[in-house]
Design a protein around this ligand. Structure first.
Ligand code: FES
Length: 146
């Protein structure tokens, strides 16, 4: 079984490459690489991908919370093999959402509820939908991208 691991395609590495590329051009403005691109001609900022845990931790029709670095991610599985990921912070006052009941993500603090497929507000004081996070299943693991 693949252990939990964090794969961080770091913006730091990309920024370092961009910095080196900028230094390499030193003084010769026309022949050096564009400082906004890496040596591989990639954009300077790339998304970070983090393996958050096994897909089997998310029940079909339910949800589960994971950590992605400093961020809590709430993952739902509305139907088998279809995953959605959201920033777990409730948009009302920032409490962490906790679970899914009848297709709705629940916030325990003041009763906000969100649709577990879209993250849209269903009820309660929340002013807007939960923040969506890109998610993919790779093998038996879930990966999120920022
Ligand atoms: S913090 Fe979630 S409903 Fe208030």
């Amino acid at each position: 079984m693949l252990s939990r691991r964090i794969v961080l395609t770091s913006a730091l590495g990309t920024a370092a490459a961009a910095t080196l590329a900028a230094c390499a051009s030193g003084g010769n403005e026309t022949s050096g690489p564009n400082p906004s691109e890496t040596a591989d001609n990639q954009p300077a900022v790339q998304p970070s991908t983090i393996v958050i845990g096994p897909a089997s931790d998310v029940p079909v029709g339910g949800g589960a919370k994971f950590r992605a670095g400093d961020i809590e991610v709430f993952v739902t599985q509305p139907s088998s093999g279809e995953f959605r990921a959201f920033d777990a912070r409730c948009t009302h006052a920032g409490c962490a959402v906790t679970d899914v009941l009848n297709g709705e993500i629940q916030c325990p603090c003041h009763g906000a509820r969100y649709n577990f497929e879209s993250g849209a507000v269903v009820a309660g004081p929340a002013p807007r939908a939960l923040g969506k996070i890109s998610i993919a299943q790779v093998g038996d693991q879930l990966e999120v991208s920022f």
